[in-house]
Design a protein around this ligand. Structure first.
Ligand code: NDP
Length: 339
């Protein structure tokens, strides 16, 4: 059995889908209510691999909302993640992906130091961030989509917004070593971490966002933003490919303009239908087949019987591990979203 710990993108989103989740009494509730709501298993389903193997999974809604960070409800946010992990472990799940902000909160607030949740000792080996597969999928999206829009990556400048993050740093490693893009622009706020990344890569330039965006043929968005940014489209090159891997999205999904192509980043499409409800709720275009790459990672680990925290900690994702999870991804019938 594999698990997925997820959350909704905003209070408004949560209120609008509460009934679909089976909790109509949550629909009019405010942030305080969501701060005290316990985690719930709201979906239980089977997934069939392209090899014919079938596995079972459960979706755990943590009831975390990004507004909890913006409104300094940090204690509530951390409790949501720990309680959801405990709930997954108690439900007998072998390997669970920490989707979206779950792993960010886990890392930023050092939740590895809190192993005990009530009467349960969390076994961190049963959890994965899913970030290795997410980074792999985003790199493949860049490599496969750029030529379709007339962008030659060997001659392209790629900006990575959120470059020093777990996913961003893995994407930078791949793009500089494997794809060999012409120029890489590293964007984030903390200068020391940016300088360390540049020293590790021995490649790329550190630039503020407003200077990086006008130079970029491709922008990879993987910043941990609780809310999307406003970007001035007139300052962008044409053509420009934007691969937005953020959850919630880093830029408005309606951002595309003539010559500016926005791709939902970190999303895969399965070759067979999955009989679940949860991807309707997070507005996938083809909810029976499309899903977040981090969720797919826990499926892959279950298919491969790799019940271990494959992606864990921060900035430890290697190209070798991306290759390994990428091969499993192809074998079991997942492919990066390209439209
Ligand atoms: P991390 O916390 O590891 O990294 C976040 C990065 O964003 C850091 O480089 C951080 O650097 C940067 N950042 C944060 N705020 C800003 C800002 N205002 N301007 C510029 N840079 C900023 O996050 P992850 O790598 O784990 O996740 C990144 C994104 O991917 C998140 O939105 C997450 O929800 C999403 N995600 C998507 C998945 C999928 O399956 N599609 C799976 C997992 C995550 P600094 O603080 O120095 O600015």
């Amino acid at each position: 059995m594999f698990g997925l710990i997820g959350h909704l993108t905003s209070l408004e989103h949560a209120q609008s889908v509460a009934s679909d989740l089976g909790y109509p009494e949550y629909a009019d509730q405010d942030l305080d209510f969501w701060c005290s709501a316990p985690p719930q298993i709201v979906d239980h389903f089977k997934v069939v691999s392209a090899t014919g193997q079938t596995i079972e999974g459960k979706y755990v809604e943590s009831c975390f909302l990004p507004e909890m960070l913006a409104n300094r409800r940090i204690k509530a946010a951390t409790r949501k993640i720990l309680n959801a992990m405990a709930h997954a472990q108690k439900s007998g799940i072998n390997i669970t992906a920490l989707g979206g902000f779950s792993s960010i909160i886990f890392e930023n607030f050092k939740l590895d130091q809190i192993k005990r949740v009530r009467n349960l000792d969390l076994d961190f080996k049963k959890f994965t961030t899913g970030n290795t597969h997410t980074a792999y999928v985003i790199c493949k999206q860049v490599e496969e989509a750029a030529p379709k829009h007339g962008i030659d990556l060997a001659d392209a400048t790629v900006a990575v917004c959120g470059a020093t993050g777990d996913i961003g740093s893995a994407v930078c490693r791949w793009l500089s070593e494997r794809t060999k893009v012409r120029d890489l622009l590293l964007v984030a706020r903390n200068q020391e971490r940016l300088n360390n990344l540049q020293a590790e890569l021995k490649f790329g330039r550190v630039l503020p966002m407003d200077q990086a965006l006008p130079q970029a043929d491709v922008v990879v968005w993987v910043a941990s933003l609780p809310k999307g940014l406003d970007v001035d489209a007139t300052m962008l090159k044409q053509p420009c490919l934007m691969v937005d891997g953020g959850y919630p999205k880093n830029i408005d999904t309606t951002f595309a303009r003539p010559g500016i192509h926005v791709l939902k980043g970190g999303i895969v499409e399965h070759s067979l239908d999955i009989d679940w409800h949860i991807m309707n709720i997070v507005n996938m275009d083809v909810p029976g087949r499309q899903l977040f790459a981090c969720f797919a990672e826990s499926m892959l680990l279950e298919f491969e019987k790799l019940h271990t925290n494959f992606s864990w900690g921060r900035n430890q994702i290697t190209i070798e591990k991306m290759d390994l999870i990428g091969e499993a991804s192809v074998r079991h019938g997942f492919r990066p979203l390209l439209t």
